[in-house]
Unconditional design. Structure first.
Length: 161
């Protein structure tokens, strides 16, 4: 079907919505996502003040079947980490409340074995050095390749026994 949209033409198709009512209940089934990391023990926490990036990372991690919590305030994340197991922390470097390096340091003071992936919109070699010197397992400059990022996340997760 073609439709005029403003000064241009858009092509789209209309697909029926498949539900138990439109297809006999005997033929209806749901798709079960198989996680890339079976038996993931705990939750991945993503900390970034950019809400749109949090949502995008949430969709990316969810597409791999990973459990995550999203925090746009690093102070709330640190409070959560004090009382809960965190399998992996993914932390933005530049945030207004507390910078990511301070969040990384405070987290590792509280729970030393927590793996951390740092990310930033500023591709600065000095930031990368600081992140790794404080124990980060990976560092990414935004925007980054989703596949490479997911591979780093999966490698950073603790082994399940």
């Amino acid at each position: 079907m073609t439709k005029d949209v403003g000064n241009s033409r858009a092509e789209f198709s209309v697909q029926p919505v498949v539900t138990e009512e439109t297809v006999g209940a005997a033929f209806f089934c749901t798709y079960e996502r198989r996680p890339l990391v079976p038996n993931q023990p705990d939750t991945i926490c993503v900390v970034d003040d950019d809400t749109s990036l949090l949502k995008a990372l949430g969709r990316l991690l969810d597409s791999a079947g990973l459990q995550m919590l999203l925090f746009n305030d690093p102070r709330l994340f640190l409070e959560h980490a004090r009382n809960n197991l965190v399998a992996l922390a993914i932390i933005d470097v530049w945030m207004p409340q507390i910078n990511g390096f301070e969040v990384q340091r405070l987290l590792l003071d509280m729970v030393p074995p927590t793996p951390v992936i740092m990310m930033t919109a500023w591709d600065d070699p000095e930031s990368e050095k600081v992140a790794f010197a404080q124990g980060a397992v990976a560092f990414f400059a935004k925007p980054f390749d989703d596949t490479v990022f997911l591979e780093a996340v999966i490698r950073a997760l603790p082994a399940v026994e």
